[in-house]
Design a protein around this ligand. Structure first.
Ligand code: S3P
Length: 418
């Protein structure tokens, strides 16, 4: 599908972005091994979370619209065929951790993009726990006597951390992950809410063997990573007044909002509250004041890893040179996001140079509408749509159907806000 984006002179209204993708995956997976029925409202409607639900169904779990019939820690059964994780790295990596600890073997497959993504980052630690694990193709399980250990993260990755913690629920003794750079903590938060013994001590998070998880009852907050497109768009469009209702504002996720505020964006928060240990608030964005260049360095990229493509769009509008570094992980996401954003923004007239681990972007540049490619990557498609709002003329995005991965209603929200 080609999406045509026209300049947006105003963006106004209140919207509820889809349920958080990361929390939705975890609610399904942990709900599946809880002792009893979990109630999860507002699950992400995106294709990635559907992939997790389908894999769990193949493992014998009954999942309704907002109900997960937990089968207990040992209640999963082998799937008759390989588990199709679609485009979803979170599905593949988290399930690899859970399934490595089962008595049966599982094979996990994915689409072309997922088949190219690195899985040795989960295989290696699982082997060190005594599990059977190999890749490619990814096969885990069949040797359930795991040993706890302490793992120092080699790359900042909540997916890898979560895979190890999930395996750790079944391992003898304590399993710990030490993160030199902190990543999103939804797994730890949810495990705690479900009664598991989770110890967090600075950069170290540990779990012990767990016999029983209590079911969870949660209304999944809106996905901050989806809200991010409107935070940037609202700041850059001439007349904007956007309210984003019930967004997850877990501090391990909101690095982009803090950064944008520090350079001159106007982002307000209202009605702060908690939902099963997760912080939630309404966000309000209006046009930004004068903007200062962006500098992302050191561990900062991990706090906003999924938001960096749309941050690059903001950088094209800022006077001076913005530097986004420490983001080499972007090369191994659903697409090579460093290359995909450079191609799209350069085609629209931006001054953007890709480096080893990020971009150098010099602005401000008036963007020109162009025909650009999503690279089959949902976050690229939506970031380029935001570029299209502030460009002159028409922007056409090839392969825009991929927004379905995390934000099926994106183009409806766009129409509503315009
Ligand atoms: C996710 C973690 C991040 C992120 C992805 C979702 C998660 O990946 O990019 O969209 O839910 O744990 P990494 O942890 O591999 O960086």
């Amino acid at each position: 599908m080609i999406a045509t984006i026209r300049p947006a002179h105003k963006l106004e209204g209140a919207i509820t972005v889809p349920g958080d993708k990361s929390i939705s995956h975890r609610a399904l997976i942990l709900g599946a091994i809880a002792s009893g029925d979990s109630h999860v409202r507002g699950l992400s409607p995106g294709a990635d979370v559907q992939s997790t639900a389908q894999c769990l169904r193949a493992l014998g779990v009954e999942i309704g619209d907002s109900n997960i019939a937990g089968r207990g820690m040992r209640g999963l059964h082998a799937s008759a065929s390989s588990l199709d994780c679609g485009n979803s790295g979170t599905t593949m990596r988290l399930l690899a951790g859970l399934l490595a600890a089962q008595e049966f073997e599982s094979e996990l497959t994915g689409d072309e993009s997922l088949s190219r993504r690195p899985m040795d980052r989960v295989v290696q630690p699982l082997l060190r726990m005594g599990a059977r694990a190999s890749w490619p193709p990814l096969r885990v399980g069949g040797q359930p006597k795991l040993e706890g250990f302490e793992y120092t993260a080699q790359v900042p990755s909540a997916q890898v951390k979560s895979a190890i913690l999930l395996a750790g629920l079944y391992a003898a003794g304590e399993t710990a992950v030490v993160e030199p750079v902190k990543t999103r903590d939804h797994t730890e938060v949810m495990l705690g809410a479900m009664g598991a013994e989770v110890k967090v001590d600075g950069p170290r998070v540990a779990v012990s063997r767990t016999e029983r998880l209590e079911p969870i009852d949660i209304a999944v907050p809106g996905d901050f990573s989806s809200a991010a497109f409107w935070l940037v768009a609202g700041g850059l469009v001439e007349a904007a007044d956007i309210r984003l209702l019930g967004v997850g504002v877990n501090p391990t996720r909101t690095g982009l909002a803090d950064l944008l505020t520090s350079i001159g964006f106007r982002i307000g928060r209202a009605r702060p509250r908690f939902e099963a240990g997760e912080a939630v608030a309404d966000l309000h964005v209006t046009p930004a004041g004068e903007l200062r260049p962006v500098r992302v360095e050191g561990g900062m990229a991990a706090e906003m890893i999924d938001e960096l493509p749309v941050l690059a769009v903001a950088a094209t509008q800022i006077a001076g040179t913005s530097v986004i570094a420490g983001a080499g992980e972007l090369r191994v996401k659903e697409s090579n996001r460093l290359a995909a954003m450079e191609a799209g923004l350069a085609a629209m007239g931006a001054d953007i140079v890709t480096q080893d681990d990020g971009w150098v972007i010099t602005g401000p540049r008036r963007l020109e509408g162009a025909r650009v490619d999503s690279a089959g990557d949902h976050r690229i498609a939506m970031a380029l749509a935001v570029a299209g709002f502030i460009a002159d003329g028409k922007t056409e995005i090839d392969g825009a159907e991929c927004v379905e991965i995390s934000y099926p209603g994106f183009f409806d929200h766009l129409e509503y806000l315009c």
